[in-house]
Design a protein around this ligand. Structure first.
Ligand SMILES: Nc1nc2c(ncn2[C@@H]2O[C@H](COP(=O)(O)OP(=O)(O)OP(=O)(O)O)[C@@H](O)[C@H]2O)c(=O)[nH]1
Length: 194
């Protein structure tokens, strides 16, 4: 009898399926299937708290983090009344040396959070002038972290509902879409650390 080694692709697939299964089991043991999967990117200068924000949200913990190299990736499921939303959170590096590659991670994102230090006053005014969602958060004290992601989930869900109910020609949600292809796009959602 001949034994064939398991193909790498199969192993990878099994590992991915296992991870997916783990991600869709809630803390109270329920299995959830995501209704929508959304990519969300975290942008901002170095050391403004992007990784800490993601870590607090996904792991509910705060710890000293090393500067991000390139990009890190997190997943989190949100259970809403009408849908289960899986966030794929891409935490980009703020250091100057990664700026030339960071825009590669924006592709396919449905929302972007521009994280900045709260001591910069102009952040709030910028958000107001562009009509963007704005929130002051603290990963350290766990202030408004879940609320920010919940607000994004609800906004995206609202867009899905509009898509379903509106005729194609008049889908106003398209007009409010953020073009993430432009590296210097300033139409981005904001939050900050304190
Ligand atoms: N006081 C306070 N400090 C924070 C908060 N969030 C992050 N920090 C601190 O700010 C520093 C930078 O945090 P990071 O999360 O690594 O910042 P980052 O934006 O991911 O950094 P890069 O990966 O270099 O882009 C760390 O020393 C954190 O402990 C916060 O909400 N409050």
């Amino acid at each position: 009898m001949e034994f064939l080694p398991l193909k790498i692709a199969d192993r990878k697939d099994m590992a991915q399926r296992k991870m997916w299964k783990e991600m869709t089991v809630t803390s109270d043991g329920h299995h959830l299937n995501p209704t929508y999967v959304y990519k969300v990117v975290l942008l901002g200068s170095m050391a403004v708290g992007k990784s800490s924000l993601a870590f607090r949200y996904v792991k509910n913990s705060f710890r000293e983090t090393m500067p991000t190299v390139g990009c890190s990736f997190f997943k989190q499921m949100i259970r809403l009344e009408t849908a289960n939303i899986m966030f794929e959170i891409w935490d980009t590096a703020g250091q100057e040396k990664y700026h030339s590659v960071c825009h590669l991670y924006y592709r396919g994102a449905r929302a972007a959070l521009l994280v900045y230090d709260i001591s910069r006053k102009e952040g709030k005014e910028f958000a107001r002038s562009k009509g963007l969602l704005h929130a002051e958060t603290s990963a350290k004290s766990n202030h408004q972290v879940t609320d920010v992601f919940m607000a994004i989930a609800q906004k995206l869900l609202q867009q899905e509902q509009q898509k379903e109910t509106m005729p194609v020609q008049s889908q106003s949600w398209k007009k409010s879409h953020v073009d993430l292809r432009a590296p210097n796009s300033n139409q981005i959602k904001k939050c900050c650390k304190s």
